[in-house]
Design a protein around this ligand. Structure first.
Ligand SMILES: Cc1ncc(COP(=O)(O)O)c(C=O)c1O
Length: 395
C-alpha cells in the first residue's frame, strides 16, 4: 500500500465495505426466534412480558413498556407526559429527528436549545434561557451514549416543574453515577434498531418508576383500549377504546431476539470498549482530530465513536467522509442539526446560525465504525486509513 489515499488514486485500505454500525446475531438469537415462532403467541404474548421485566430489572425501574421503535416510544412518552397543542418542549438540535417528535406528534412545539460542546448534549443553561410559561417538558439526549448533564437537567426540571423524557436511544447498557442509564426520572426511551447497542430488528422501550405513566403507556400502546371495563364482567368480549391510541405492540419474535441479545450485553460492551481504547490510543496525538469526550462520572456503553475533524487535520469533514468511503470504510455524520431541516425551518421558524455551539461541533463531526462484529483487522484498517489520510495532507 502506498501513502496515497484511495480518493487521491491510491489502493483502498480494504476491498470489503466495513459498515459504521451493524447488528451482531449469533446462533442463540436465531434459536430464540425459532422457538418464539413455534410458541402459542407470536405477538403480545408472554415473551414480550419477560423481555419487559428483564429490561426493567436491568435498568432498576418498576416498569418497562416495549414498543415498535424508539420513535414510537418517544411518541408514547410525550402523550403520557401530557404534551399537547400550545405546550413547548425543549430539546437539543444535535439529534435524530425522532427526539423532537416526543413533542410534535402530540401537537406541542419542539423548542431547540444549544448544546454543551464538550459532551455534545443539551446544555441545562441553554434550556433555562428558552423557558417560557408554556414549557412543559425537556427531552435531553445521551449523545453517542455519553450521558447528558443529568443533575443539571433535573435541577432545571425541579425549578420549573417539567417532565423529563431522556432520549437514551444511544445509551442502553451504560451507567451514570453508579446507576443504570434510564433509571433517572421521569421516563427514558431506548431504541433497538440494528445499529444500536442491542437490537430487536425494529423496536423500542420506555422505562419509568411512575405507575400512572406506565398505565397510560400500556393503554396508549394498544389502541387506548380498556380490555376489562367495569360493569361488563359477564361480557368477556367487551373491550372499549377511551381515546386515540395506537398499535405500537411488539411481537414475541422481537422480544425473544431482544432477550437473547441482552444475554450478550456484557460481551457487546467489552468489545465496544476495546475498540474505543484502540481508537483513543491511535488518535491521541493526532492534530485536528478531536476524539470523544471522557465520560463525566459514568461508565457509558457507547453507541457511536464520534470525532471532530478540525482544520489542523489537513482536509475538511466532507473530504474526510468521502476519503473514508473510497477506502471502503463506512462513516456517518450524527446529525444534520434539526434547525437545518426544512420541516423545522418552515414549521417553527428555525434558521442556520441560531445555535452556534451545535453548528461548530457539527462542522467537524464524523462517526467512525463501532460495533461488536468488528475484528482487530477492521479496527486496524480504520486507523491505517485515517493515519494515511492525515499524513498525506500533512506533506
Ligand atoms: C437519538 C435517537 N432518538 C431516537 C431514535 C429513533 O429510534 P428508532 O429508529 O428505533 O425509531 C434514534 C434512532 O436513530 C436516535 O438515534
Amino acid at each position: 500500500m502506498t501513502g496515497t489515499p484511495a480518493y487521491c488514486g491510491g489502493e483502498p485500505v480494504r476491498t470489503e465495505v466495513l459498515g459504521y454500525g451493524s447488528q451482531s446475531i449469533g446462533e442463540d438469537e436465531k434459536q430464540a426466534v425459532v422457538e418464539a415462532l413455534e410458541g402459542d403467541y407470536i405477538t403480545r404474548g408472554p415473551t414480550v412480558k419477560t423481555f419487559e421485566e428483564r429490561v426493567a430489572d436491568l435498568v432498576g425501574v418498576d416498569h418497562a413498556i416495549a414498543t415498535t421503535s424508539g420513535t414510537t416510544a418517544l411518541h408514547l412518552a410525550g402523550r403520557a407526559a401530557g404534551f399537547d397543542v400550545g405546550d413547548e418542549v425543549i430539546t437539543t438540535p444535535l439529534t435524530f429527528v425522532s427526539t423532537a417528535h416526543a413533542a410534535t406528534y402530540c401537537g406541542a412545539e419542539p423548542v431547540l436549545a444549544d448544546i454543551d460542546p464538550y459532551r455534545r448534549t443539551l446544555d441545562p443553561e441553554a434550556v433555562r434561557k428558552q423557558m417560557t410559561s408554556e414549557t412543559e417538558g425537556v427531552v435531553p439526549m445521551h449523545y453517542a451514549g455519553q450521558p447528558a448533564d443529568i443533575e443539571g437537567h433535573l435541577e432545571v426540571a425541579d425549578e420549573h416543574d417539567l417532565t423529563v423524557i431522556w432520549d437514551a436511544c444511544h445509551a442502553f447498557g451504560g451507567n451514570w453515577n453508579g446507576e443504570p442509564i434510564g433509571a433517572q426520572r421521569d421516563m427514558a426511551v431506548f431504541s433497538f434498531h440494528p445499529v444500536k447497542n442491542v437490537t430487536t430488528g425494529e423496536g423500542g422501550m420506555i422505562v419509568t418508576d411512575n405507575d400512572d405513566f406506565a398505565a397510560q403507556l400500556r393503554r396508549l400502546r394498544s389502541f387506548d383500549m380498556d380490555y376489562s371495563p367495569d360493569g361488563h364482567e359477564e361480557e368477556p368480549w367487551y373491550q372499549v377504546t377511551e381515546g386515540v391510541g395506537y398499535n405500537y405492540n411488539v411481537t414475541d419474535i422481537q422480544a425473544a431476539l431482544g432477550l437473547a441479545q441482552i444475554d450478550r450485553l456484557g460481551e457487546f460492551k467489552t468489545r465496544r470498549d476495546e475498540i474505543i481504547a484502540e481508537y483513543d490510543g491511535a488518535f491521541v496525538d493526532m492534530e485536528g482530530f478531536r476524539t470523544p469526550p471522557d465520560p463525566t462520572n459514568a461508565d457509558p456503553m457507547y453507541h457511536l465513536y464520534a470525532v471532530e475533524i478540525g482544520e489542523a487535520f489537513g482536509c475538511n469533514r466532507t473530504e474526510f467522509v468521502n476519503a473514508m468511503h473510497a477506502e471502503n470504510i463506512g462513516v456517518q455524520v450524527h446529525y444534520v442539526p434539526l434547525h437545518y431541516h426544512p420541516y423545522f425551518q418552515e414549521e417553527f421558524g428555525y434558521e442556520r446560525g441560531m445555535f452556534p455551539e451545535t453548528e461548530q461541533v457539527y462542522e467537524g463531526l464524523v462517526s467512525l465504525p463501532l460495533h461488536a462484529e468488528m475484528d482487530d483487522g477492521d479496527v486496524t484498517d480504520v486507523v491505517t486509513a485515517i493515519k494515511r489520510l492525515h499524513a498525506y495532507h500533512a506533506e
